[in-house]
Write a new protein. Structure first.
Length: 277
């Protein structure tokens, strides 16, 4: 019984090896072949089987042969898709852009324009890092929705573009938070925090971090009151009071509401003291 099991296992492994060598041998034979049509058709077959490297290699082989023909569009778009399949998004973006340059009215132009933005979206790094890819993605998505507002891809383009704007807003929030945490070190960093946060709200008016940015502005204004010279304290206190009312009106259920109320209570004391003087 045990002997039969070993025999079956051995035969199964042998079959797998034979199939593997057969497949490898077939691919090498196709590579050496001078039949361009065969290479192209097998490239599509490998692509459909998600064997993207093999498909890409064969498509590279036939690119020059089909250049200037109608099939050149298909070769270029499938090369782009091969890079996408390998998760090489920068390579895919290059090929999709090449398609756009060569075939601005081609049959795959909608896919190409969308995928350039999508590639940069997928390559966009964490908000703490350089956001060049993020900005490129937004640029290409903006162009895409201008050219193809009714495209099936439009909804996804808007969704991903909003996520990218949120990422840029978050980067600005982190920058503002850094200034705030520096306090009065080598200058009035609270003012810098306020300016950066306000610019983020202006540049990205629908971002997901509006509440946190506004809360940071209120905190920064309050800290400027506490660190202010007497001549400027009353004016800054009144500005902070206005900011407080704006904040609780906009975010009545904020998790920061209790802290905001404590700030306002302190600001009222400062204003009352100023009035008494």
């Amino acid at each position: 019984m045990k002997s039969n099991w070993y025999k079956i296992a051995f035969l199964s492994c042998l079959s797998i090896l034979i199939l593997g060598f057969s497949s490898c041998g077939e691919y090498q034979a196709i590579l050496k072949s001078k039949d361009t049509e065969l290479k192209y058709q097998k490239a599509l077959s490998y692509f459909n089987d998600k064997q993207y490297i093999k498909a890409q290699t064969l498509l590279d082989e036939v690119t020059s042969y089909y250049r200037g023909t109608d099939r050149s569009q298909d070769v270029l778009i499938y090369l782009s898709r091969c890079y996408m399949g390998q998760k090489d998004y920068s390579g895919a973006a290059e090929y999709y852009q090449a398609y756009i340059r060569n075939y601005p009215k081609g049959r795959y132009i909608i896919e190409a324009r969308f995928q350039v933005g999508h590639c940069y979206y997928l390559d966009a790094p964490d908000a703490r890092l350089d956001q060049t890819e993020t900005k490129k993605a937004i640029e290409f998505f903006t162009q895409f929705v201008e050219f193809h507002p009714e495209s099936p891809y439009a909804e996804q383009a808007y969704k991903e573009m909003n996520e990218l704007y949120d990422k840029l807003a978050y980067k600005e929030y982190l920058s503002a938070k850094l200034y705030y945490n520096l306090g009065t070190y080598l200058g009035n960093n609270y003012l810098s925090a306020e300016i950066v946060a306000k610019n983020a709200l202006k540049d990205y008016p629908t971002n997901a971090y509006q509440e946190e940015l506004n809360w940071l502005i209120l905190q920064a204004k309050y800290q400027q009151v506490l660190n202010s010279v007497d001549q400027k304290k009353e004016d800054r206190a009144r500005e902070t009071e206005d900011e407080y009312y704006n904040f609780i009106t906009e975010y009545p259920n904020s998790k920061h509401i209790n802290a905001a109320q404590r700030i306002n209570k302190d600001i009222k004391k400062i204003l009352n003291k100023s009035t008494e003087q």
